[in-house]
Design a protein around this ligand. Structure first.
Ligand code: NDP
Length: 407
């Protein structure tokens, strides 16, 4: 029987726990561990009520590799699913090496004191995992995650060569709060305030944050949204592993209200990640801000609307130019009815469960450290349709491609 250890009891951890519990033939015994035991217990109670399955809970400091390794040994876990924060990635990879356990996550490592998004730290574990006969799967959320798998699947089935990639992440949901982020506020704000980088003709080009934006019409009546170009971590691995890509860009939708609040918070220094001394105590403004903002895990109750995340890919097939759009539409209220979470946590947690399933079913059990696009996409794509994130693919005519200004 497969035993898994999920680390992190936030919005995403809750979805992963629910979705793993719904596939008992693969996830035989589940332990959910995090810094705050009461949050694990609350999720376990919800999982029991919704699925009838009992999952174990534990308290762990994921910044401590020895302590986590001891918990892995105690639970007998074969796979650790890291849905804590990006700061914990390296310690959790170390814990897996110490205890002989496979590893996976949904976000690349970030040092606490600098908003730097790159895979170098985790790629440096390649030989260690290979020599230990262990697998580490990086970035099995939606973006990164599904967007990488879409690209690998497009290359396998639709193109001889991919030339351009535009990943477009639209959240058309409304949570009814004055200001809130859909996932961990600290991680979210670090990401959107960072310099924008996109790939063009063999190098990353840097531009000011949010300096390029345009309208995007989502399919299937989801609506029209303003999307902003920003850096996102999957660009780094995708252009490395698919070297024919000439241009790769990532776009995300933001409402005028979100941007207004963010601008003010930035202007007054509340998004700073360096410590300031207040009443003799060092505090990091962004961490304090997280403490006063709504908890993303609680937004499900009020959020209405849909997400629409997908890739527009162009390239050549049999000598002819071709363009396709692969996307998923996910409804916030349907996610809440199924697992008690909004769609951002859902669209991250479902692919995390599917990535874990691929490893446990030995399909992706290859020693070493892998970005998700390096592995065969077909069964992952099939599982998306089965487990709640069905996708569509449409071929774009030259005319349609021209209308979509991202191309
Ligand atoms: P939350 O902040 O809601 O949850 C994080 C959890 O990790 C909390 O339960 C927190 O504990 C726990 N944690 C933090 N530090 C430690 C520690 N040292 N030891 C043990 N537990 C710890 O975040 P989300 O659920 O929104 O996000 C989880 C991850 O998913 C993040 O890495 C995020 O970047 C990633 N993500 C990926 C996406 C994708 O598409 N690829 C999209 C959205 C998110 P406590 O409750 O005590 O603070």
């Amino acid at each position: 029987m497969n035993k898994v250890l999920i680390i992190g009891a936030g919005g995403v951890g809750s979805v992963v726990a629910h979705k793993c519990a719904m596939v008992p033939e693969v996830f035989g015994e589940i332990t959910l561990a995090s810094r705050t035991l009461s949050k694990c217990d609350a999720i376990a109670a919800e999982v029991l009520a919704r699925t009838g399955r009992t999952i174990a809970t534990a308290k762990v400091d994921a910044d401590n590799a020895e302590e986590t390794a001891a918990l892995i040994r105690q639970t007998g876990a074969k796979l650790l699913i890291n849905v804590a924060l990006p700061y914990q990635d390296l310690n959790l990879m170390d814990a897996c090496l110490l205890a002989g356990c496979d590893y996976m996550d949904t976000a690349n490592y970030e040092p606490l004191d600098v908003a730097k998004f790159e895979y170098s730290w985790q790629w440096a574990y390649q030989e260690k995992f290979k020599n230990a006969g262990l697998t580490a799967l990086l970035g099995s959320g939606f973006d990164p995650g599904v967007t990488n798998v879409y690209t690998a699947w497009a290359l396998k089935h639709h193109f001889d060569e991919i030339h351009t990639l535009d990943i477009i992440d639209v959240n058309g949901g409304n949570h009814g709060k004055a200001f809130a982020t859909n996932f961990n506020p600290e991680i979210n704000i670090r990401e959107v305030t960072a310099e924008c980088r996109h790939w063009e003709n063999g190098e990353f080009v840097e531009t000011a944050p949010m300096s390029r934006h345009q309208e995007f019409v989502c399919p299937d009546g989801v609506g029209t949204y303003e999307i902003y170009r920003m850096y996102h971590e999957e660009l780094e691995s995708l252009v490395k592993h698919i070297p024919t890509i000439k241009r790769a860009q990532f776009w995300m939708s933001f409402s005028p209200n979100y941007l207004k609040h963010l601008e003010v918070l930035q202007n007054v220094g509340m998004t700073r990640i360096d410590p300031v001394v207040y009443n003799g105590v060092e505090i990091v403004p962004l961490q304090f801000l997280k403490a006063v903002l709504p908890n993303p895990g609680d937004l499900g109750q009020t959020t209405k609307g849909k997400t629409c995340i997908g890739n527009i890919i162009t390239g050549v097939k049999d000598g002819k130019a071709k363009a396709i759009y692969i996307y998923n539409i996910c409804d916030h209220e349907e996610c809440f009815a199924e697992v008690g979470s909004q769609a951002i946590s859902y669209t991250t947690g479902v692919p995390a469960m599917i990535g874990a399933k691929q490893i446990l079913e030995q399909l992706w059990k290859t020693p070493g450290v892998w970005n998700i696009e390096q592995l065969d996409p077909d069964l992952f794509m099939a599982d998306l349709n089965v487990h709640g994130l069905p996708w569509q693919v449409v071929e774009l005519t030259a005319e349609q491609a021209a209308v979509l200004k991202v191309i």
